[in-house]
Ligand binder design. Structure first.
Ligand SMILES: Cc1cc2nc3c(=O)[nH]c(=O)nc-3n(C[C@H](O)[C@H](O)[C@H](O)COP(=O)(O)O)c2cc1C
Length: 203
């Protein structure tokens, strides 16, 4: 099993909810699957540039040897190949202003490449990947239910991205309401850890 592990919290592992949770999840997946290998990308420590037109030009076959585009193509291709090779993708994403941090959005822009990870068909986009994703999400407020549910542009968005790329099984793990005080913070982390244990017991 090949695991691609992405973290995008601006906080370090000592304080980040998502970093602590993804680390535990990956450990559990490794325990359940001997020989599993992990590629780790910290998209905060190693930030990607925002995409611009060069990425589209770089993927065009006629530009394959353009010296000015080789670096762009190399970077994008490495990210795409890593994702293609993964059987399992683990993404730890805090909610920033109702959605993904821009570091994660930028990674998505680099890997959602028509002809590589999805294709356009008469029936709409078709994913070219397969596998499983674990979306480990954290937010100060509560969005899985209640008055703010309509402002959740994080879980549905990430599910849509990975489903469009072809991943069949998407598991969501949430630690939410962490800004509502230490008790809720602790309860949210405990609930998320419990969910990780449940999901990985069958992994
Ligand atoms: C820039 C920024 C924007 C945030 N926006 C929201 C938000 O829109 N809604 C929310 O409930 N929490 C928001 N939060 C709080 C985080 O989602 C919350 O603290 C989460 O647990 C962070 O995950 P982490 O501990 O892994 O970094 C924001 C935090 C930051 C730093």
């Amino acid at each position: 099993m090949k695991i691609l592990h992405l973290d995008v919290s601006a906080s370090d592992v000592a304080t980040s909810h998502t970093r602590r949770l993804t680390s535990r999840l990956v450990e559990r997946l490794k325990e359940a699957n001997s020989g599993a290998t992990v590629i780790y990308r910290d998209l905060v420590a190693n930030q990607l540039p925002h995409v611009d037109l060069t990425i589209l030009h770089a993927w065009m076959p006629e530009n394959a040897n353009d010296p000015e585009l080789i670096a762009t193509l190399g970077r994008s291709k490495a990210l795409v190949d890593e994702l293609k090779a993964a059987d399992v993708v683990v993404v730890g994403s805090p909610m920033y202003n109702f959605t993904v941090p821009s570091t994660l959005k930028t990674w998505i822009d680099h890997v959602a490449i028509a002809g590589q990870t999805f294709s356009y068909t008469a029936e709409g986009p078709q994913g070219l990947l397969s596998g499983r994703a674990y979306l480990v999400l954290s937010s100060g407020g509560i969005y899985s239910e209640g008055a703010s549910a309509g402002n959740d542009h994080l879980s549905g968005y990430l599910e849509a991205v990975f489903r469009t790329l072809g991943l069949e099984q998407i598991n969501v793990i949430r630690a939410e309401g962490v800004a509502y005080g230490p008790e809720q913070d602790r309860a949210a982390m405990e609930a998320a850890i419990e969910r990780i244990e449940e999901l990985t017991a069958a992994a």
